[in-house]
Design a protein around this ligand. Sequence first.
Ligand code: GLP
Length: 234
Amino acid sequence: MKVLVFDTAAEASAKAFDYFGEALGKGASVFGLATGSTPEKLYEMMTQSDIDFTQATSINLDEYYGLSGSHPQSYRYFMEQHLFNKKPFKHNFLPNGLNENVEEETAHYDQIIAENPIDLQLLGIGVNGHIGFNEPGSDFEGKTALVDLTTSTIEANKRFFESVEDVPTKAYSMGIKSIMSAKQILLLAFGESKAEIIKAMVEGPVTTDVPASALQNHDNVVVIVDKAAASLLS
Ligand code: GLP
C-alpha cells in the first residue's frame, strides 16, 4: 500500500481528485464510489470542476436495506445530492434497498459489477475497519450480500438520522472480493477517530477482524489520509 499524508482533508481530497482525473485520462470508465462524510469534499471538488463523467459508469458500494432511493438518508439520495445531479454520468448503479428478494438483488448487482469491471474504486473506512458495509468477520471471498450492521456502525451512522431507532439494521453491500477486483483502489480517511483503524489496516496483520486489511493483498492501493488519521502510523 502506498500511504500519502496531507496536512488537511482538503489537500488530501485534492490529491484524490487528481487520481480520478489521471484515471479518466488513461481511459478509465468505471468508477466505484463511496458514501459517508469522508468523500464529500472530493465530490464537491468534482462538481466545481470540468471533469467529465458523461461517458463513465459509477457503481456504489452499498445501500441501506428498506430505504427507497428518494429517502433523504438513502445512499442514492446522498449521491444525487452530492454528485450525480450536478455531474452526470452515463450510468449510476446502486443496490435497490427496497428489493426484498435478496437473492435476486445480490445476483443482479454482481452481474452489474461483472459487466462493468471497476477501474478505480474509492473507499472510506468505518472505525471498526469496515469497507463498504463489510463488517468485521466478513469473508474476503464474499460478493454482494445483505449484511447485518454492527452496533458500532449503527451508532456511528445515527448522526444522520433523527434517532438510533431510525437507522436501518441491514444493508446491501458489494463484497470484499468485488472491491479487490478493482484495478486501482483509493482509500480516504480523515480525523483522529480513524487513526487507530488506519494503523491496524496498514501495519497490522491481514485478518477478517479488520476487513480493510484485505487491501494489503492488492497491488494498487493508495491510502490518502490527513495528519490526524496518520498520527499513529510508525
Ligand atoms: C459508512 C459507509 C462506508 C463509509 C463509512 C465511514 O458506514 N457504508 O462506505 O466508508 O461509513 O463513514 P465516514 O466517511 O462518514 O466516516
